[in-house]
Design a protein around this ligand. Structure first.
Ligand code: HEC
Length: 180
């Protein structure tokens, strides 16, 4: 063996000797990772046969469920109109939050009444919807919108946010229940 080769070889051996503790730590790390993966796999296996649980909380059933919300059976024209209305509602929420954040409560109040409240136009739109249960939810939502408009005039941010939360709860519960 040439002297140079020996030196290099020795250096490699010494280096790996010094590096061992660290390499051991790494191994531990990857072992933990490996066992985590095994654990996830076990959970995955369990999913197939037993509980239906998957990492992340949803059951497999929920992940694969079809849309079981009540369909309103709207005509194509009404569908377009209804979604446009919805987008206006979201714009309203956006403007209201902007108003609260910047301290412009008057503007936020006007927006609440105009975009979320029960305007004559909204009343007319809602009356055209085919489901009484939907109309009831829609009316309650618009009343909450007008209430929010009134609360905003107190210029109390916490109260305003709480009222806005009440409105948003009505958005989401209707979305949970109905589709076009
Ligand atoms: C009374 C029922 C009801 C209320 C209240 C309601 N929505 Fe909707 N919204 C619907 C339905 C039905 C759809 C259509 C969903 C579908 O077919 O999947 C919809 C769709 C939407 C869409 C999708 C629009 C698009 O162009 O695709 C947005 C955004 C939306 N709603 C925002 C809101 C917001 C924000 C609120 C409250 C401030 C709200 N909605 C309140 C029933 C409601």
């Amino acid at each position: 063996m040439k002297k140079g080769t020996f030196v290099v070889l020795a250096a490699v051996i010494i280096y790996s000797g010094f590096a061992l503790p660290e390499a051991g730590a790494d191994n531990d790390g990857s072992h933990a990772h490996g066992s985590h993966q095994r654990h996830m796999k076990e959970m995955g296996d369990k999913t197939d046969d037993k509980t239906g649980e998957v990492p992340g909380g949803e059951t497999r059933e929920e992940m694969h469920q079809k849309d079981e919300r009540t369909s309103l059976g709207l005509s194509p024209m009404m569908k377009v109109h209804q979604l446009a209305n919805m987008r206006e509602h979201l714009k309203g929420v956006h403007m209201i939050i902007k108003g609260i954040a910047s301290g412009d409560f008057e503007q936020a109040s006007k927006t609440a009444h105009k975009k979320l409240g029960l305007t004559p136009e909204m009343k007319k739109n809602c009356a055209m919807m085919p489901s009484p249960a939907f109309v009831e939810m829609a009316m309650a939502f618009h009343h909450a919108g007008d209430e929010l408009g009134d609360v905003l005039l107190t210029k109390d941010a916490a109260k305003s946010l709480s009222a806005l939360e009440g409105v948003l709860a009505r958005c989401t519960s209707c979305h949970d229940q109905f589709r076009q």
